[in-house]
Every structure is written in C-alpha cells, then in structure tokens.
Design a protein around this ligand. Structure first.
Ligand code: G6P
Length: 479
C-alpha cells in the first residue's frame, strides 16, 4: 500500500490463517476453517488488499504481517471477548437464531455488550487501514454492527456487507432483544449481500416492519432528520462459490487421482462409498444422515462391507455446549452402528474428527460414489460445490438438502432431499447408490456447468461491481 492506506479492506471475524506464536516469539500459521475463508482468500490475493480479522487464539497481539500474498491485520480478542462475543453472542445467540432455531438461542445482555465492544474494535481497525474513498467489505453475522460504526468514523468509504449464513424471517428474528440495533448496524452499509433471494427478502421485510424507513424492491431509502433523502442501501442476493477451476485442476493431478484409488483400497474396495464432509455442527444434519444409513443397514437394503460411510467431521466451536453435546451424540451413534453392523476390518462408518488438507479432500471426493449433504439449514454449502468441481470424470451422485442455499442453484440436477424425512432420505440414498451411470453422468455434467461458470471470482466481481458503482461521498472523515 501507499502510506494513505489500502483501497480494498476485507473485515471478517477470522483471518484466513490461524496464527500461533512460538517460544521464540516468531509467528507461524495454518489455514483457518470454514466456507468464508475458502471464498475470500482468492479475492484478497488478487486485489492487493488488506484483511482485518482475529488470529484464532486468545490475547494474540501482533503487528500486521504478510502471508500467502495478503496483508493481514490481526485484531486482539481477550478470553472474555471470546467467551462472550464469539462463543456466546455469535455462536450461541445468532447462529442458532439464524438457522431456524434448530437449537434454542440464548440471550444474555453481557454477551450483547461484548458484541458491541468487539464490533467497535473491528470498525476502528478497518478505519485505520482504509485509504480515502476505499472500499471496505465486511463479512458475516459476527460483525453486523461494523457497517454503522465504520460509517460514523469514515463517511468517505464505500461499505459492503456480505451475510454468509441464512437471514431468518421476521417471525424468528423478532425474538432478538437487540433486533433494531442489528438492523441499524447493517443499514450502515451501501450494499448488503445475501446468499439467496429469500434471505434478502426476509431482511427487507424486517426493515419495513421494524423501522420507519421506506423500501422499494431491493432498495432501502434512508432520510435525514428533515425527511430529505440521505442515501440508498441495496439488499440483494449474490450466491457464493469456490475457486472451481483450481479445485478441478487439483483433482486432476496424478497424486490426487492415485490417492483416491488408495482410499478405496484402504476401505476394502467397497461397492458403494458414501461420504459426508462437514464442520461438526448441529445445522449440518449429520445425525439424520447417519440414522438413515443405520436404518438402511437394519432393513438389509444396504450391507457391510459392500457399503460404507466415511464421515469427516472437522472440530468446531468446541467450547460451546451444543457442539459438545452433538459430538457425544454422533460418536455414540457411530459406535452403536459399528458395534451392530461392522465386521473385523470393515467398519460400517469411518468417522474422523479432524480436518484435512485440500489435496486429501479432493481425493476423498473423487473416491466417493455418493456425496451426502443433508444440512437442516445452510447459507450455501461449499462442500457440495467442491464435490462437483472435483468430479471431472462426470461420475458420482450428489444428495443435497433442499434447505441449503446451494439447492437454489443446483436443485435441478442434484438429488434433493428433506433431511427431516428419514424415509425419503433413505430412498434418496439408495437411489443415488444404484443410479444408472448414464443418468449420473447427465446430472453431473449439468452440475459442473453451473459450478464451473459461477465461481468465486464471478461472485466477488458481481458484488464489488455493484458496490463500487455507489458514488463516493465528498465528506471528509471526522476529526
Ligand atoms: C461458517 C461461517 C463463518 C465461520 C465458519 C467457521 O462458514 O459463515 O463465518 O468462520 O463457519 O466457524 P468458526 O466459528 O470456526 O469461525
């Protein structure tokens, strides 16, 4: 950057890397989890921008540094910030509330105070990095107040906000004691992006019902104290994606192809390899999927060792009670099925509570006959897109929950399911496992066309081109 700051500043709860500081004081880093990082990393790498976020452990105090072609600006979070802002308000209030209250959300005033405090800290850090007239792109539910706080500090910058998870209907959102403050926080942005048209429509309806502001289609018009038009905010859908061509290339490499064969061989060359890949999260429908497989085995409609399920469940939010409980339930379920249906050297379910590098994931996708994405609610679900991008052989079948954002785009060619309907889910899994190869090929080609065209570059370009069309304000930052 020049001394005046960066023209593009991304603000997200997490930096794209988890930083650890060694005994010698030198930082080292590994990639952080989640779809947001997968999507945004290529955008920042190609735009010479800065990324403001948390480094992944408590009390980490670090100067800005460069990693993987990005300027990373760490925000410090104390243990209390993590307990109240991250584990509490973000992941025990907002996360369950915004995912159809699958789990009951917890409302605590102390958590809300921490959420406001930490959002201010992120806004301050972004304000310090942005060049005059810069574009600042804020991400996700952890930072919904940043647009408003940042606008107060820097009325000269363009502010975009993208919401990676579902936005709930008014009837659910209205439970939040601080609903108006959250709406006002978001309205600090010039452009608010959502995964689906339905999410944007939920937000606009909420604005209409909870405030006096007028809305027309996607456009929300804010007025000043005298009733004069101050500015417009647009709320629209921009479905996110992955770097599909890079993923396709990775999955074509001889190493990955070879590893896919090894994986099948290590599993005893099953006829049907079913695969689930998720963060271990109650929104992902992991228990529903395992239950359906268990019943298929009980009914004798599938058998071990001919069929096997590989479930990668990467560790997530392990200090939050609902995640601990889920882990116990899933692990008990897996133990029971393996006890009941496994044989020496042939488990019914191979359960892995780790995360793996991209190369291994690509090999797993290639090895799998059936990919199971059975989320009860999901903003988009990039695992579904990764599976498709990996399948340049046009083989494999995708069972996809209709409650994912991905179903809006891929519904026509994936095998859609309602994961709550266990009987229907069992039928869909069996259909996918026995699918006629010509039908599978036809479906996969359609899926691949979609995913290869609508890649993450397309997503960020569409968002940023709408955002940068917003006229920059003449006003100077406040002294
Ligand atoms: C989802 C959210 C992200 C989040 C990721 C991982 O993809 O949309 O904002 O970063 O999950 O969760 P974590 O709590 O570990 O950041």
């Amino acid at each position: 950057m020049d001394s005046a700051g960066y023209d593009l500043v991304v603000v997200a709860n997490r930096l794209p890397v988890d930083v650890t500081v060694g005994e010698d004081g030198a930082p080292s880093w590994t990639r952080s989890p989640g779809g947001l990082v997968t999507a945004l990393e290529p955008v920042v790498q190609s735009s010479d921008g800065a990324w403001v976020g948390w480094g992944g452990s408590a009390d980490l105090e670090l100067e800005p540094f460069d990693a993987d072609d990005m300027r990373l600006v760490p925000v410090k979070l104390s243990e209390d910030d993590l307990r109240f802002y991250y584990e509490g308000f973000s992941n025990d209030t907002l996360w369950p509330l915004y995912h159809d209250v699958i789990q009951p959300p917890t409302f605590h005033r102390q958590w809300w105070d921490a959420y406001q405090r930490v959002n201010r800290r992120f806004a301050d850090a972004a304000a310090a990095q942005a060049a005059p007239g810069a574009t600042v792109w804020v991400h996700d539910y952890q930072l919904q107040l940043v647009p408003k706080f940042l606008r107060e500090l820097r009325p000269d910058v363009r502010i975009g906000y993208f919401h990676h998870i579902p936005f709930p209907p008014l009837e659910i959102f209205a439970q939040l004691p601080w609903r108006l403050q959250v709406v006002e926080g978001l309205l600090g942005a010039d452009l608010i992006g959502f995964q689906r048209g339905g999410d944007a429509a939920n937000f606009v309806r909420i604005v209409r019902r909870l405030t006096d502001v007028t809305t027309r289609g996607q456009v929300i018009t804010l007025t000043d104290a005298d009733g004069r038009v101050d500015r417009h905010v647009r709320a629209a859908a921009f479905p996110i994606s992955i770097d599909s061509k890079a993923f396709d290339r990775l999955a074509r490499t001889p190493e990955v192809q070879q590893r896919a064969k090894e994986i099948r061989a290590e599993l005893g060359d099953p006829e049907v390899l079913l695969l689930g890949v998720d963060r271990l999260d109650y929104t992902k429908g992991i228990r529903h999927r395992i239950k359906a497989f268990e019943e298929l085995l009980e009914d004798g409609r599938m058998t071990v060792p001919e069929s096997t399920l590989v479930q990668v469940a990467s560790p997530s939010r392990e200090n939050v009670g609902a995640y601990q409980q889920l882990r116990e339930e899933v692990e008990a379920q897996v133990g029971r099925i393996n006890g009941e249906h496994g044989e020496l050297g042939h488990a019914a379910v191979h359960y892995m509570h780790h995360s793996y590098p991209m190369e291994e994931m690509a090999a797993l996708y290639l090895a799998a006959d059936v990919m199971l994405v059975t989320a009860l609610r999901d903003g988009m679900n990039l695992v579904a897109k990764e599976y498709i991008a990996a399948r340049s052989d046009d083989r494999g079948a995708l069972v996809l929950s209709e409650f994912t954002g991905a179903a809006d785009e891929l519904g026509g060619a994936a095998i859609l399911v309602n994961p709550h309907d266990i009987a229907g889910l069992k039928n869909a899994i069996q259909h996918a496992a026995n699918i006629d190869p010509r039908e599978a090929r036809k479906r996969m080609r359609r899926l691949r066309r979609r995913v290869l065209e609508n890649d993450v570059a397309h997503w960020s370009e569409s968002f940023l081109s709408v955002l940068t069309a917003v006229p920059v304000r003449e006003r100077k930052p406040e002294e």
